[in-house]
Structures are given as structure tokens and as C-alpha cells.
Design a binder for this molecule. Structure first.
Ligand SMILES: Cc1cc2nc3c(=O)[nH]c(=O)nc-3n(C[C@H](O)[C@H](O)[C@H](O)COP(=O)(O)OP(=O)(O)OC[C@H]3O[C@@H](n4cnc5c(N)ncnc54)[C@H](O)[C@@H]3O)c2cc1C
Length: 403
């Protein structure tokens, strides 16, 4: 495709999808002086009732975008007492809660809270709710979107941050279905004062026979987020509207560590969510269109990195597109984003699958599993230490681009 460098005017990027990936990309781009518009299909920005773990690799970037104070106000510090257990509660090892420098850059967050922090950081009028994208085209002049409500939008580049069932993905690669992992994640929130003896700052993971359970605090420690991963033979809708059966959840973990069974007695409502991922896609970019977040690299949640990687994507994209406004055509800049990000997210997708096997005790010899869990601090450290802004600048300078 023939393309021209956008030199004379401020670059404008349209982002389809107002989830964590889309909004974080919008903030990163806007922070670097690029004009953004986010188009979200829902009438309101929505993330319903559950937690998400934010790790140093993405918090470092969001702090640089000026979001540190806002995140600190709504996050819950996670640190002391974080441990892995066997299902009976015997300790397998500590969970790493710092990067190599000793920085405890991690929060348990309520999903709605992080979405609000990101949305509040955008210029007024940048988010367009009620815009379900149904069409994409591109030419030399730009990229063009059409929406179910009859509106159209134009931009220099379009970022598809429209999730695992991305409608725009088919403009980049042959359509394919996500892979079902055979698991249902039951999750929800409990008021922390219902469990006064609970370790307030701990991320705790219990690993049993074919399933696992975890708890971490969110919203300044007011709430505890729990997730129970249970195998199922039938595929589970990937939808927040699927209300889980609390008795079924309690039954799945009957006989486990009394801390788990006691917590489950306090559950009033829970949601369920089917677990899906994909093998790495062959490409993420077609001309002026690039995939980001779950649209590009959905991963199993067993390293808690899906949203964190989406935030890294957004940072890399912003650094690259900022450099692009100097002398690089848009489609070449997006190809650089793909080349930089694909190897790392493919690695994380694969490691998340492996970690799931550890958590679900799919090992003939549990001592071997426990050894690998103890060694997993090394992988976590390499994930947390990654400074995507610095890596992108390095990548661009090796490529001869002045950023
Ligand atoms: C059980 C579980 C636990 C997890 N825990 C963690 C964790 O602790 N840490 C972590 O980093 N990740 C975690 N994840 C993964 C994380 O939730 C996802 O990776 C992340 O939400 C992906 O963000 P996204 O913005 O790419 O996609 P999404 O959050 O799916 O957002 C996509 C957005 O696009 C919108 N959209 C879709 N189609 C259109 C359209 N046609 N037009 C306009 N808008 C559209 C949707 O309405 C939605 O708002 C977990 C996942 C699961 C299942």
C-alpha cells in the first residue's frame, strides 16, 4: 500500500474499543501529543464487578503518564503474606511482589476503578460511547470507520482494541475462533470486613488437583477479589452477564484449606467467565490498521498479564507513532510496533499456558511442580522489570529512527 508520512498536521488515531487496552492506548497517545478518539459500542464504559492485577511493568508506564496518584487512591497495595499453597494450605513458596529494584509497583484494582482513572485522563470529548464499529476501509488519504448508528469516522491510523472477539481482526488476518481452555473462572468481590482475620495485603494462590483458587485485595483493601478456576466439559459464555452458582463454586473447593472454604461461605453473588486464548497471530497490522490487547494476543489469566500487556502495547505504539510524525509513513510505523511487541506477547501467552498447568497441578510429581513454582520468581522478575518505553526507544534507535 502506498502511504504518505503525516508531517504537516497533528496525527489523529481512532481506537475501536473502550476497555482497559483501548483507553490505556488512548492515554499513552494523548500524553505524547497525538490526537485520539475512542469508539466504544456500549452506551457507558463498563467493567463489571471483579478485580484485575496491575504489575510493575504497566504501573511504571501509567505513572509516567501522570496517573500515579489517581491509581494509588483506588488501588490496593499487594505485598506482605503473598504465598502459593497446596490445596490443604501447606506453603509452597512466596509470591514475588517487587521488581528487581525492590519496587513494589503492584496494585489489586477494581476493574471499574482503573477504567475511570484512564477515562478521566483523556481530553473531554475523546470517548464516543454507543458507537459499535461495523466497517473499516483505508486508502491513501486515511483510514475510515463506520458505525451501526450510521456515523463514520476518519483517522490516520486505527487501533483495534475490541477484545478477543474483535470485529476488525478479519481485516488483518483470516478469521479464526479463539481456543477454549476447558475452564470456567468464577469470580467476584467480598467486603473485607466480612473476613476480619484475612491477610489484608496478600495475593494468595491455592493449587489443587485440576483447579486453583486465588484471592487479592482491591479498592484500598475494602474488598477482596476471589477467583476459582474450575474445569468444565461445556464451553462457558465469555460474558459478565453470566451469573455464577455460588453453591457450585463452594462445592468445587469443598475439603480445601479452611481459609478457602470459610471465604466461600461469605460469597453472595459471583460471575463466571470462560477461559479462552489464541495461538500467536501471524500479523497484527494491515496498512493503517493495528490490533492491540486481547484483539491481538488474548492470553490465559495465569500470569495476570492480559491487561498489563495491553498497556505495554499502548505505550510502545505511542512512542513509535510519535517518532512517526517526524519522517516515517504510518504503515511502516505500525509494522515496527508489530515487530517489537509480537515476540514478547507470544512469550507471555505461552508462559501463561504453562503456569496454568502448574496452578492446576497437572504434574505426575508435585515436588517438580513446587520446584518450578519456587523458580517462577525469575519469570515474574523478567516480566516486571521490562520497561517498554525504554525498550521501544532502543528498538527505534537500532532501526535508525530518531524518537
Ligand atoms: C478470569 C480472568 C482474570 C484476569 N485477570 C487479569 C489480571 O489480573 N491482570 C491482567 O492484566 N489481565 C487479566 N485478565 C485479562 C484482561 O481482563 C484482558 O486481557 C483485558 O481486559 C483485555 O483488554 P482489551 O481492552 O484488550 O479488551 P476488552 O477488555 O475485551 O475490551 C474490548 C472493548 O471493546 C469493545 N468492543 C468490542 N467490539 C466493539 C465494536 N465492534 N465497536 C466498538 N467497541 C467494541 C467492548 O465493548 C469492550 O469495551 C484476566 C482475564 C480473565 C478472564
Amino acid at each position: 500500500m502506498k502511504d504518505v508520512a503525516v508531517k504537516s498536521k497533528r496525527m489523529h488515531v481512532a481506537i475501536v474499543g473502550g476497555g482497559m487496552g483501548g483507553l490505556a492506548a488512548a492515554v499513552a497517545l494523548s500524553h505524547r501529543g497525538i490526537s485520539v478518539a475512542v469508539y466504544e459500542q456500549s452506551g457507558v464504559l463498563r467493567e463489571v464487578g471483579a478485580g484485575v492485577f496491575i504489575y510493575p511493568n504497566s504501573l511504571r508506564q501509567m505513572e509516567r503518564m501522570g496517573l500515579g496518584d489517581a491509581l494509588a487512591r483506588v488501588g490496593a497495595r499487594v505485598g506482605a503474606g503473598s504465598e502459593y499453597y497446596r490445596m490443604d494450605g501447606s506453603v509452597v513458596g512466596k509470591i514475588l511482589t517487587t521488581d528487581s529494584s525492590g519496587w513494589n509497583g503492584m496494585y489489586g484494582m477494581h476493574r471499574a476503578d482503573i477504567l475511570k482513572v484512564l477515562a478521566d485522563a483523556l481530553p473531554a470529548g475523546a470517548i464516543h460511547t454507543g458507537h459499535k464499529c461495523i466497517g473499516f476501509s483505508q486508502d491513501e488519504a486515511g483510514a475510515h470507520l463506520s458505525f451501526e448508528n450510521g456515523e463514520v469516522a476518519h483517522a490516520d491510523a486505527v487501533i483495534a482494541a475490541d477484545g478477543i472477539n474483535s470485529v476488525l481482526q478479519k481485516h488483518v488476518v483470516e478469521p479464526s475462533a479463539p481456543e477454549y481452555a476447558g475452564f470456567r473462572a468464577y469470580r467476584g468481590l467480598i467486603a473485607a470486613d466480612k473476613l476480619p482475620d484475612w491477610r489484608r495485603e496478600a495475593h494468595q494462590v491455592w493449587m489443587g488437583d485440576g483447579k486453583h483458587f486465588m484471592v487479592f485485595p482491591v479498592r484500598g483493601g475494602e474488598l477482596l477479589n476471589y477467583v476459582g478456576f474450575v474445569p468444565t466439559s461445556s464451553e462457558t459464555a465469555e460474558s459478565w452477564s453470566a451469573v455464577g452458582d455460588r453453591d457450585e463454586l463452594a462445592a468445587a473447593f469443598a475439603g480445601w484449606d479452611p481459609r478457602v472454604t470459610h471465604l466461600l461461605e461469605k460469597v453472595e453473588t459471583c460471575f463466571w467467565w470462560g477461559l479462552y486464548d489464541r495461538k500467536p497471530l501471524g500479523q497484527w497490522v494491515n496498512g493503517r490498521l493495528a490490533l492491540l490487547g486481547d484483539a491481538a494476543h488474548p492470553m490465559l489469566p495465569h500470569l495476570g498479564q492480559g491487561a498489563n500487556q495491553a498497556i505495554e502495547d499502548g505505550t510502545a505504539l505511542a512512542v513509535i507513532l510519535q517518532a512517526c510524525t517526524q519522517d516515517t509513513p504510518v504503515h511502516e510505523a505500525l509494522k515496527r510496533y508489530e515487530a517489537l511487541r509480537q515476540p514478547r506477547t507470544s512469550m507471555v501467552q505461552a508462559e501463561a499456558r504453562k503456569n496454568g498447568l502448574r496452578y492446576d497441578s497437572k504434574y505426575a510429581d508435585l515436588a517438580q511442580r513446587d520446584k518450578e513454582i519456587a523458580n517462577s520468581a525469575q519469570l515474574r522478575r523478567s516480566l516486571y522489570d521490562h520497561d517498554i518505553e525504554q525498550e521501544t526507544l532502543k528498538f527505534l534507535s537500532l532501526d535508525g529512527v530518531a524518537a
